[in-house]
Write a protein that binds this ligand. Sequence first.
Ligand SMILES: Nc1ncnc2c1ncn2[C@@H]1O[C@H](COP(=O)(O)OP(=O)(O)OP(=O)(O)O)[C@@H](O)[C@H]1O
Ligand SMILES: [Mg+2]
Length: 143
Amino acid sequence: MTKILTLPDEAATRALAASVGAQLQAGDLVYLSGELGAGKTTFAQELARALGIKEDVTSPTFTLILEYESGRLPLLHCDAYRLEDLGSGELADAGFFDFLERRDAVRLLEWPEMVANFLTAPNWKIEILFDGEARRASVWKSD
Ligand SMILES: Nc1ncnc2c1ncn2[C@@H]1O[C@H](COP(=O)(O)OP(=O)(O)OP(=O)(O)O)[C@@H](O)[C@H]1O
Ligand SMILES: [Mg+2]
């Protein structure tokens, strides 16, 4: 089921993330897409907070995958932005397949488009649509 929501301000993005976060279960894979500045990090921060994670969630741009353990479920946060040109051997070396196999954790994947050939089916697809001015979210949840 896909829902389209308007996100008039940052609080709306946070409210959406809180709602998704409250529904997450172990093993859920969440795709998070959106152009630069769309609000992906904002969404990730509030999703983590909804899981009860106390650490500050930053962008895992330089460390490919960050793990947070202080919530009701472990959260693995991966940013695939720089993985576009990697083959399966390099992705394995980067720990990407270990990330996909962690069924004990919630797995949040930014820029899934960059690793589309290697992905398993998600439980959630969140896309923040941003035209430089207004933001909307497309939210899909598997049945
Ligand atoms: N719904 C919203 N309405 C207005 N501003 C928002 C909204 N959501 C987030 N922002 C603001 O947009 C800016 C960019 O947000 P954020 O850093 O979360 O985006 P991002 O998608 O992670 O960006 P990047 O691609 O550069 O990592 C921040 O200043 C944030 O407060
Ligand atoms: Mg970001």
